[in-house]
Write a protein that binds this ligand. Sequence first.
Ligand SMILES: NC(=O)C1=CN([C@@H]2O[C@H](COP(=O)(O)OP(=O)(O)OC[C@H]3O[C@@H](n4cnc5c(N)ncnc54)[C@H](O)[C@@H]3O)[C@@H](O)[C@H]2O)C=CC1
Ligand SMILES: N[C@@H](CC=O)C(=O)O
Ligand code: NA
Length: 438
Amino acid sequence: MKPVRVGICGLGTVGGGTFNVLTRNADDIARRAGRPIVIEQVAYRTPNPECDLTGLKTTADVFEVATNPDVDVLVELIGGYDVARELVLTAIEHGKHVVTANKALIAVHGNEIFEAAHAKGVIVAFEAAVAGGIPVIKSLREGLGANRIEWVAGIINGTGNYILTHMRDEGRAFEDVLAEAQALGYAEADPTFDVEGIDAAHKLTILASIAYGVPLQFEKAYTEGISRVTAEDVEQADNLGYVIKHLGISKRTDLGLELRVHPTLIPKERLLANVHGVKNAIAVMGDAVGPTLYYGAGAGAEPTASSVVADILDVARDIATDHHYRVPYLAFSGISEDVSQLPIMPMEEIHSAYYLRLLAVDRPGVLARVATILSEQGISIEALIQKEATEGELVPIILMTHRTVEKQMNEAIRQIEAMADIAGPVTRIRVESLDEQE
Ligand SMILES: NC(=O)C1=CN([C@@H]2O[C@H](COP(=O)(O)OP(=O)(O)OC[C@H]3O[C@@H](n4cnc5c(N)ncnc54)[C@H](O)[C@@H]3O)[C@@H](O)[C@H]2O)C=CC1
Ligand SMILES: N[C@@H](CC=O)C(=O)O
Ligand code: NA
């Protein structure tokens, strides 16, 4: 059997993991593919001490791989937007299939890349781009293909979840835990992508396109990070029976699609509330199957390589059958003609319940005024905690509200922050019951 020849570009965390998994499990992988999968060429700038490249063809120029006639599949693991885009488009132009772990690339340039790949009849596979080792793309695109997807909600950034978990369990400082996640190879080259929710928004954009058959629209995703969540919020949420997680949420509504990433209070008994460390989990609600959950390592060398290599295997199987890629890139057939134009809703139109934390001067009437502002905006209060006041100190007030429209809450917060007896900004964290009926 003719082998399938792979060119690996980038030999960092994921590139190194991919090289080692492909090499170590070569026999099993060849049996599954029905033919050997061989590493034809490796392009890297910095050597990876974990990888033995003896006897292999290497280069410092990734574009050599993209134009190498002996390479069937280019594996893009350099990251970033610009060079990666050019590299992938060059490989496609040269008739190569592409496997990538680059969510930034797919979320931002995916529509263009899929058009080019479709025109050339080549595969672009990206399982590793969402939730690392969890085969969630395959599950959503193939396993749930019978369903109308109602919503998708997930912990889709390993670094952020690692930070929230270790800060809560060990009381450690944010910067300290972030440095550890970087050393373990979980974080993006720019870790603000992890902490500010950009990475999660890239992944959510991809999941939403596959779930609902809409074009990739990263620029319309609402993104809020975890850097403003305080130990006090974590403690108060705990008192109220909730855990704070950084969630990516996309829901189908009558007005369009919600597409948002932000810290979220989740009831403690939900499975998602119990996903810790670098683990990711994605809950998907389909009309036929009901609620489903996909759980596993969201980052790290070999968990991510597991998805990269599975994609290479898929490509190898497809080459063997010698027909056009049987599963469309974003699950819905065709490129532009079959995608839906369901609009992505502006953030102010979404519905949510809210946790609010305010600091008030301990004077009679303050609470009544806050309650009036909320009620004038049609917002009802579900729970209220007011801590004991110490002489002359500001008192924290914690409020949980019922569901309302975001714009009403924006107006209420604006008015509360304008009150003379309220100090500083109001902390607002959205609450999701993740109710199975929702
Ligand atoms: N680290 C993880 O756990 C995960 C990473 N990813 C994605 O995988 C991709 C790679 O990430 P990591 O391996 O973590 O990054 P990394 O920084 O460890 O590795 C990237 C490697 O590519 C090399 N490189 C960059 N530009 C190059 C160029 N023009 N020519 C040759 N080499 C070049 C760098 O020198 C580096 O060794 C990114 O798109 C990332 O978002 C996806 C899932 C999980
Ligand atoms: N930086 C990302 C890596 C995987 O996608 C994360 O922490 O989840
Ligand atoms: Na995945």
